[in-house]
Design a protein around this ligand. Structure first.
Ligand SMILES: C[S@@+](CC[C@H](N)C(=O)[O-])C[C@H]1O[C@@H](n2cnc3c(N)ncnc32)[C@H](O)[C@@H]1O
Length: 291
């Protein structure tokens, strides 16, 4: 019997044709598997543009399935923090279409900086945080680039009361993270990160492949009515973690590893749960700069 793990193993070996062949057999061997079906249907047909550069599938992804509750909970946790702390200046790293940013900013915030490499998502985010119903007169500054590049280009005296990031820091390369958190420590006393608490895996190890197969089976099932999400987001993100010739969108790590990095940059860290989720539980890491 050929399983989805066998398909992922071929992808990890860069054997695209072999993966497609195995996917066809896996789909026949286990007709109940939605992941096998999706791999069989879509492997030959994954879109070329990046998942965030042409973001319609991403936006359908976050608007449906388990993301509805996940986003509600992430927004509730962050909005409570904004209400408590009343930041005047906020930086949102990897803001996407700005739906979280717009939902959590309170009347105290007079300036928000949005960092987002995708031109289309940045346009949407600017519109979201400037939309009627938000506080008039707020200054909105968009930066269309990755966060490391943006921080390197700013004047030394630019600071924020609060820096936040939801489900986006995992897009940064692990090699850039120590310097990134050090740069943030120079510019803020408060950093809040919502992301997924994945188990620690060696890339492409048997344990990693088994986790991917099991979790993406659950994920794909949430989008049976949205095949564009499966082709345009879920499978490119899955395959990018395996096949070195495809763009990679996620470099994830356990929350404890994020906490270690942030503490090493000079912050004290607290972690709280946000929500269970098909991929991994989401957590909120709240960091305060040590005096
Ligand atoms: C999963 S989305 C999350 C978007 C948004 N924060 C949300 O909660 O809906 C990840 C975002 O990170 C952005 N991103 C990718 N690489 C980045 C980088 N190096 N610096 C900042 N943002 C990045 C992507 O373009 C994308 O919008």
């Amino acid at each position: 019997m050929v399983t989805t793990i066998d398909v992922l193993e071929a992808l990890a070996a860069g054997d695209w044709d072999g993966a497609a062949e195995r996917a066809a057999v896996a789909g026949a061997d286990d007709p109940g598997s939605q992941l096998a079906l999706a791999l069989d249907r879509f492997l030959g047909d994954l879109p070329a543009p990046g998942v965030y550069e042409a973001p319609s599938a991403f936006e359908a992804f976050i608007s449906n399935g388990g993301n509805v509750v996940l986003y509600e909970r992430a927004i509730a946790a962050l909005a409570a923090l904004h209400a408590d702390e009343q930041p005047e200046t906020v930086l949102d790293i990897g803001c996407g279409d700005g739906r979280v940013t717009a939902a959590v900013l309170g009347p105290s915030t007079a300036r928000v900086d949005l960092v987002e490499p995708s031109a289309e998502l940045l346009v949407a985010a600017r519109a979201a945080v400037s939309a009627p119903g938000t506080v008039g007169g707020r200054e909105v500054v968009g930066h269309q680039a990755g966060v490391t590049e943006v921080l390197a280009g700013l004047d030394a005296d630019v600071r924020w009361d609060l820096v936040q990031s939801t489900f986006a820091l995992h897009a940064t390369h692990p090699d850039e993270r120590p310097a990134l958190f050090a740069a943030l420590a120079d510019r803020t006393d408060r950093l809040v990160v919502v992301d997924f608490d994945v188990p620690a895996f060696e890339d492409r190890s048997p344990e990693h492949l088994a986790y991917l197969a099991e979790r993406y089976e659950r994920g794909v099932r949430e989008y049976v009515d949205h095949p564009e999400v499966v082709t345009g987001f879920l499978l490119p993100v899955l395959v990018g973690q395996l096949d070195p010739s495809r763009p990679r969108y996620t470099f994830e790590q356990p929350t404890a590893a994020w906490a270690e990095l942030v503490e090493a940059a000079g912050f004290t860290v607290e972690v709280e749960p946000v929500s269970p989720y098909w991929w991994a539980d989401a957590t909120l890491l709240s960091a305060t700069r040590r005096a």
